[in-house]
Ligand binder design. Structure first.
Ligand code: FE2
Ligand code: FE2
Length: 474
């Protein structure tokens, strides 16, 4: 019997801080190089996942997928950050985190990025790549020295914990969207992705064969980001800018309860922010450091959450939000008319203006006064999120300018030069700018069991000549 099997800890309390048994700890088959190699490969794959999920946000029409991609891109960004930090702890600047660790992994990720259809993309991400990432994390947990390389083991466990839920979401979504013929049609390509993983010797390279990856399939033509926002068929009349919710919200004449309805609309309409922010992340991919992408991805995800809070608000009020035109011309106009730096300027300018008394605090006060506890919860956290976003802007946008004042006026000027196309969208027959408010407000009043306020019922301010900050359009 070997010495270590007789080893006794004090009173039999688990030894080694509970990391592992002594029998496991005396096994010396692991190295820093092995650990680094696996971490870098995982880093590459998760970073590519972050990029390709972000790229799809703008033009993916289906709301549930658009918001899920926002979430999953953010989760991937957090894992990338964990991995970068751990690699940075392993005595090796330069870290080499920007280089491609294996051409077969590059082929795999290029192919998934170039998926020809949404179900193919879901299948590639959620049934092929993410499960392979989870397996690689499992192998780190069993192979890495639990004591010497405990920080890496922790990282692998955290990634597994956070990324695991992506598989559940993706499989459930795919089940609803797929049919036998779609599955059969893409099977050869799924097998092809498997061949790429085999050529890589799995995500972590543990079974490396030195084989070349197969030639590109869909990735023969490189992926092109589509910056034009799209919505599914539930979003009818998305060019409609016939109701100016800010004008209602800041009017002293209207009640707090009535304003909560308009705030739910403002929240769900925030779906345009992820659509716009994704374009900034894609276009500044090479120009900004990783920390920029991490923080902006968090902000993007928050904005998707804000939209979903609006959705929940309408469900709570028993109102079918599909009757409401949820406008997308803000993201559309910004994406099609400005460059990434200009869009960032507009974003910062708007968010900075949300901070003074008339902004997010005001919305929270209105929600509290309204007697709608759900609105109060949502505005409370919405306010907190927006404070964070203003800080992110101060870290990543303002330092490019001489002063805060310059940074703000640049954003204001960029916003002013965006053509709202209010009249031309109407003249082209894309919308009538129908005033949907009286109808939805009347429905809410039935739910609230009250008579509509006659003044609120005739509210009819539009965006024709005013921006969302109530500045006149020049
Ligand atoms: Fe927001
Ligand atoms: Fe925000």
């Amino acid at each position: 019997m070997k010495q270590h099997n007789e080893y006794q800890s004090y009173l039999g309390i688990p030894p080694l801080a509970g990391l592992c048994s002594m029998a496991r700890a005396v096994d010396g088959t692991w190295s820093l190089d092995e650990s680094l190699g696996r971490l870098k490969r995982l880093h590459y794959v998760l970073k590519r996942l972050h990029e390709m999920l972000t790229e799809r946000i703008t033009a993916e029409p289906i709301y549930e997928l658009k918001t899920a991609f926002s979430y999953h891109a953010y989760l991937c960004a957090e894992q990338v950050t964990l991995l970068r930090r751990r690699v940075g702890e392993m005595r090796e600047p330069p870290l080499g985190l920007e280089s491609v660790p294996d051409p077969a992994l590059a082929r795999l990720m290029d192919e998934v990025e170039c998926s020809p259809t949404t179900p193919a993309f879901l299948a590639g991400v959620y049934t092929v790549v993410v499960p392979a990432v989870l397996q690689a994390c499992d192998r780190i947990r069993s192979d890495a020295h639990p004591l010497a390389d405990a920080p890496t083991v922790r990282v692998a466990r955290l990634i597994h914990f956070e990324i695991g839920e992506l598989v559940d979401f993706g499989s459930a979504a795919l089940k609803q969207m797929d049919d036998e013929s779609l599955i059969a049609e893409r099977q050869p390509w799924i097998d092809y992705l498997r061949t790429c993983i085999d050529a890589a010797g799995e995500i972590d390279g543990v079974q490396a064969t030195g084989e070349d990856p197969p030639p590109p399939w869909h990735s023969v033509t490189p992926y092109r980001y589509d910056n034009e926002p799209r919505r599914d068929e539930r979003f009818q009349d998305p060019y409609n800018a016939g109701v100016n919710p800010e004008a209602f919200l800041y009017d002293q004449d209207f009640s707090a309860q009535d304003k909560t309805l308009m705030m739910y609309y403002k929240r769900i309409r925030e779906l345009d922010v992820p659509e716009m922010m994704a374009s900034i992340l894609v276009e500044l991919r090479q120009e900004e450091p990783w920390e920029f992408h991490l923080e902006m991805s968090r902000q993007l995800w928050d904005e998707a959450r804000h939209a979903m809070m609006g959705e929940v608000g309408f469900v709570a009020l028993g109102i079918d939000w599909r009757q409401i035109p949820i406008n997308f011309t803000w993201s559309r106009n910004l994406n099609l008319q400005l460059n990434a730096r200009e869009r960032h300027g507009v974003l910062f300018f708007i968010e900075q203006n949300l901070m003074p008394r008339t902004g997010k605090r005001y919305e929270w006060e209105v929600a509290n006064e309204s007697g709608d506890p759900l609105s109060a919860v949502f505005q409370d956290f919405d306010w907190a999120d927006e404070v964070l976003h203003a800080q992110i802007g101060r870290r990543w946008y303002v330092p490019r300018y001489e002063s805060l004042k310059d940074a703000l006026s640049y954003g204001d000027a960029c916003w002013s030069k965006v053509l709202s196309h209010w009249k031309s969208y109407r003249d082209q027959g894309l919308t009538q700018h129908r005033n949907w408010w009286p109808e939805i407000y009347s429905q809410a009043c039935i739910g609230w069991d009250k008579d509509p306020d006659p003044r609120a019922l005739v509210f009819c301010e539009t965006y024709e000549d005013k921006r969302a900050d109530l500045e006149k359009i020049r």
